[in-house]
Design a binder for this molecule. Sequence first.
Ligand code: NAD
Length: 328
Amino acid sequence: MTDEAILVTGAAGFIGSHYVRTLLADGSGPGHKAGTPRITVLDKMTYAGNPDNLAAVRDHPACTVVTGDICDAELVGELMSNHRYVVNFAAESHVDRSISGAADFMRTNVLGTHTLLDAALRADVRTFVQISTDEVYGSLTTGSWTETAPLLPNSPYAASKAAADLIALAYHRTHGLDVRITRGSNTYGHHQYPEKLIPLFVTQLLQGLKVPLYGDGLNVREWLHVDDHVRAVELVRTAGRPGEIYNVGGGTELTNRELTGRLLAACGAGWESVEQVTDRKGHDRRYSLDCTKIREELGYRPRTDFATGLAETVAWYRDNRRWWERTW
Ligand code: NAD
């Protein structure tokens, strides 16, 4: 194991697997010594963790995949001692599931993050990147949140992520651990488990089924392509500042109704395929991030045009039916 090795948790999921595939594909990961393991994936392989997401890197000499729980202090402690960096993607991530039962969210997102931080501190880890979300800020009608906006989470998912952020920052302020936090907006792209809006609607429409649109459909989300999200995470890991929070937005704000219209068009379906359903409990109305800080400090700008990214995402689900059919 090199001195520069990265422990990437939750990397059998959507964004984490993209991060690992990207680092290993472009060789930008630390080390560069052929045959030296540089990235260790730690993933519990929940319903959202899919080993197929790592198929492209499973046999890469720089990648090791460990199936395990970030709440397992013994395992985490053993792994941590061989790594200089941690990027924590592991989470229960679906808001609707947190409404029907939040116990796993508190366990993984709060206690699991604490377990990692504690082990990182003891192992003298150089940098710990905590992957957070814009949902910790709550909901707003006008303007955009900067990183100093108050944390006013509404869903149990968002509250568990906000708690993790506060614990991570406490480890920086109290112990001096180099913790950096990214708060990404709604992320889309290929390999996303078909429960979030875009992959759910696409896979339903591709089967000729109806899609459920919550309430009046006027909730606004800011869409971020997964390529841009992982590039921002890597910028923060390598060039960000200890103890700092960085918003990561995609720049495309759409109501769910507008997004549904685009998905219907991309899948060749009409509005008769849409079923208006009772709104999600406590449904946040609008999210919007001010990304001045990451733009000015780290030169981050989203590069993927939304129309192109969406078309490519729909095409991927059309061409990779076996991937998503196996998730049921
Ligand atoms: P995902 O649900 O696709 O993947 C989560 C991964 O974590 C899965 O592979 C799962 O097996 C693993 N996991 C769950 N519990 C675990 C545990 N106890 N121990 C080890 N592994 C465990 O999630 P995602 O969409 O890839 O999100 C990754 C991170 O990014 C999360 O922290 C999420 O809060 C954050 N985020 C997501 C979005 C988004 O739109 N998807 C936006 C902003 C931030």
